[in-house]
Design a protein around this ligand. Structure first.
Ligand SMILES: NC(=O)c1ccc[n+]([C@@H]2O[C@H](COP(=O)([O-])OP(=O)(O)OC[C@H]3O[C@@H](n4cnc5c(N)ncnc54)[C@H](OP(=O)(O)O)[C@@H]3O)[C@@H](O)[C@H]2O)c1
Length: 256
């Protein structure tokens, strides 16, 4: 059985679906709804740093689990943004490496699903207001992350490997908004705001300071130098990685 932590998240939900298609047994989020005894039947754990703890891995290892797959971030190897967020991912990687389980680390760039944060503005006005329109990342489709994660959960050959997972194409933030415009058949624009305006807007909307800290720190760095790119998704899945345009076409309804 595979244990999926963060099972309602972007990656976890898709991983559950893919494992279900393969007929693999799946359990989810033990801290919330699965008795710890169920860990006795767990073969591999998908470790989502926000949803799981090192103690969970220790318990799974004690009860006979064999593998852990960590959803980490590209910033661990390619620093961008506030170091304290990088440290969280590094700690998750180290928890897996010290757990006694065979580990696979997936260092991901920003997920395409992050663009859903623009949906209310796009639906309402067709204008996305934000900072750093020229920040460049090779955004990865979270469905591709899940597909790689499922391979690593099921196939021991990935043990001890650290993969950099990115989309196939570097894109600016403004370019992503244009791609959503093409997918929805609308002319969309990105209106640049000063970073401090974005921060104040988020705080006024009731978001915790952590959200603008995470977002603005990394965008500032990606405006200076593009984030990393790799071919790992295509290499591992034997098919092209999904583009941001693919993602936008598949999620167009969210922006209408
Ligand atoms: N978004 C990105 O660009 C990006 C890039 C690199 C790495 N990552 C990492 O990839 C992982 C997966 O991301 P995602 O977008 O699929 O999911 P996510 O939205 O970051 O996380 C949502 C999942 O985590 C669970 N969760 C959140 N806080 C929890 C807590 N305190 N205790 C237990 N469960 C908790 C949620 O459960 P409920 O639904 O029950 O709240 C949900 O299943 C995350 O660790 C994230 O940091 C994300």
């Amino acid at each position: 059985m595979m244990l999926i932590t963060g099972a309602t998240g972007n990656v976890g939900r898709e991983a559950m679906r893919l494992l279900g298609d393969r007929g693999a047994g799946v359990s989810r989020d033990p801290a919330r709804n699965t008795p710890l005894e169920a860990l006795a039947h767990v073969e591999a754990v998908l470790y989502s740093p926000r949803a799981a703890t090192p103690e969970l891995l220790a318990r799974a290892a004690e009860r006979g689990a064999k593998r852990v797959v960590v959803l980490s971030a590209a910033t661990v190897a390619h620093p961008a943004g506030d170091p304290r967020f990088i440290a969280e991912f590094r700690a998750a990687e180290q928890a897996a490496q010290r757990s006694g389980l065979e580990w696979t680390i997936l260092r991901c760039t920003d997920f395409a699903a992050n663009a859903l944060a623009w949906a209310p503005q796009i639906r309402g006005t067709g204008v996305v207001r934000g900072a750093y329109p020229q920040a460049v990342t090779s955004t990865v489709d979270e469905r591709d992350v899940a597909a790689v994660a499922v391979r690593a959960l099921l196939e021991p050959v990935h043990a001890g490997r650290t993969y950099l997972l990115t989309g196939p194409q570097p894109l600016t933030q403004a370019g992503k908004v244009q791609a959503i415009g093409r997918a929805t058949g609308r002319e969309l624009t990105f209106a640049e705001l000063a970073p401090e305006q974005v921060r104040q807007g988020m705080l006024a909307a009731g978001l915790p300071a952590e959200i603008p800290d995470r977002l603005l720190g990394s965008l500032a760095d990606y405006a200076l130098a593009p984030g990393p790119s790799s071919t790992t998704v295509a290499d591992l899945l034997d098919r092209p990685a999904r583009t941001f345009a693919d993602w936008a076409a598949d999620h167009a309804e969210a922006f209408r």
